[in-house]
Ligand binder design. Sequence first.
Ligand code: NIG
Length: 414
Amino acid sequence: MSLLIRNARIVTVQGPGLASGDLLVEGERITGIGEQLQAPETVDREIDAAGRVLMPAFADCHTHACFAGDRLDEWDLKRRGATYLEILESGGGIMSTVRAVRAATPKQLADGVQARLEIMLREGTTTVEVKSGYGLSTEHELKMLRAIADAGSGWAGTVVPTALLGHAIDPEIPDFFEHTISATLDAVHTEFPGIAIDVFCEKGAWPVEESVRLLRRARELGHPVRAHVDQFNSLGMVKEAIELGARSVDHLEASGDEELRLIAGVDAREEQRVRRAELDCTRGGTGVGTIGVGLPMCGLHVDGRYANLRRLIDLGGRAAIATNFNPGSAPSSSMPLAIGLAVRHCGLTPEEAIEAGTSHAAAVLNLPDRGALSPGMRADLVLLRHTDPRMLAYEIGGDPVDAVVCAGRLIRGG
Ligand code: NIG
C-alpha cells in the first residue's frame, strides 16, 4: 500500500517543518517528505491536505485504561469536598476500582480496553501505554496484564503494557509489600520479561522505602522502571527514581525546584550524567535520562494543581505529557485536551506541547521509530482540521482530527 499526502503544513520536531509539503508512505513507513516531492507515478491513495496540518500521531505514555466500573458515586463525594487521598484512605478511590476489576472476567476487561483503544485511535492516538495496578494480588495483576496484551494484539496501533505493581495497599493480603516485591514481581517477570515496572509513591499508597525496594529488585531482574512521584506530596522519590535510572517520573504536581533540577540533571557532574545515560541504556532505558511526565488532566479533574513543566524545560530537562486516562483522577483519553491543558497550565508553548505528546512520549516508551516525520519512521500520522498547529492547543473540546494513519493504513478520514 502507498499513500501520498500533498499540500500539507508539515509539523515535526525533526527539522524545521514545511509550510507546504508532501509526504509519501509505502508499507508501514514514511519514505519521502519534501516540497513538491517526486512521487511514484501511481500510488494507491492520494490526499490533498489543502494546507491542513500533518503531524505525528499522538503517543499516550501514561494511562490506566484497563479498568472496570466507574467512580461516579465518589465524584459526588468529591464535589461535596472530599479529597482524593481522603477517599483512598476510607477504602474507596483506587480500591473501589480494584474491587470492580477483581470481579470482572478476563474477557470483560479485555473488551473494555479494546473499546477504549478504538476511541483513542479515532482521536489520533496510535501508541498507548496501559498500566495494570487495579489487581494488587498476583492473580489479578496477571489477569490485567493478559487482558491488556489481548486487547493490544487485535488493535491497529501499538499497546505498551506496564506492570504497576505498587499502586495501593491491600490490607487483606498478609505482608503485602513483601508479597508484591517477591511473589507478584517474580510471576510478572516470568510471564512478561522486560515489561516496565511502576509504583505510586504517595502518602496512603506506597512509601519511599518500599517503592525503592520494588524498583531496585525490578532493575536487578532487568526491567525498566517508572514511578508516580510528587502527585500530592513530595516525599523524596524523585531522587531515588533517578538514581535507579527510571525512564520517567510522572505527575510532579508537588515538585519544587529541587526535584525539577534533579530531573533536569542540572547539578549532576558531567561524569555522573554520562553514567546515568549509560546505566539507562544498558538496562532497557531510553539513553536520554529520566523524562518528566506531566498529567494535566489531573489538575483539571482533581484539584487545579499542575506540574511546572516550563521550569523543567528551562532547566534543560525533557518533558512529556499524557492523558493518565483512568476512572478516578483523569476520565478522558483526549491527547488534544491534554496538550491544551499543558499549554494553559504547565507553561508549555503549543510547539513544546506537541513535542511532549509525540516524540518525547515515544521516548518514554523507548519507541524511537515514531513521534517525528522523516523517512524511515513508522507512518503514524494525523491530519488536523486546522491549518495552524496552535489551534490544536487553542480549541477546547472539539474534534481537531480529520484523518488518522496508523502503520501506513488510513484508519479514519481522507
Ligand atoms: O496516576 N495516582 C495514582 N494513579 C492514578 C489514579 C488512579 C485512580 O484513581 O484510579 C493517577 O492519577
